[in-house]
Design a protein around this ligand. Structure first.
Ligand code: SF4
Length: 55
C-alpha cells in the first residue's frame, strides 16, 4: 500500500515523489501559478512547486 496523497493524481513520472506514474507520495504539495501571481485562467497555467527531479 502506497503512502500516496489521497485524491492527488500526477503524471509527472520524473518527479522523485511520483509512484506508478500517477500517484504523489510527498507529505504535502504546493501548487502555484506559472509566472507568479494568484490567478490562473486554465489548468495549464498552474504547476507543482514541490516537484523534484528524480535524476
Ligand atoms: S510533488 Fe508534485 S510533481 Fe511530484 S509527484 Fe507530487 S504532485 Fe507530482
Amino acid at each position: 500500500m502506497s503512502n500516496a496523497l489521497q485524491g492527488v493524481k500526477c503524471s509527472v513520472k520524473n518527479c522523485k515523489y511520483n509512484d506508478a506514474g500517477s500517484l504523489c507520495t510527498a507529505s504535502a504539495i504546493e501548487v502555484n501559478v506559472d509566472g507568479g501571481g494568484s490567478s490562473a485562467r486554465q489548468s495549464q497555467e498552474t504547476n507543482c512547486k514541490t516537484f523534484q527531479t528524480s535524476m
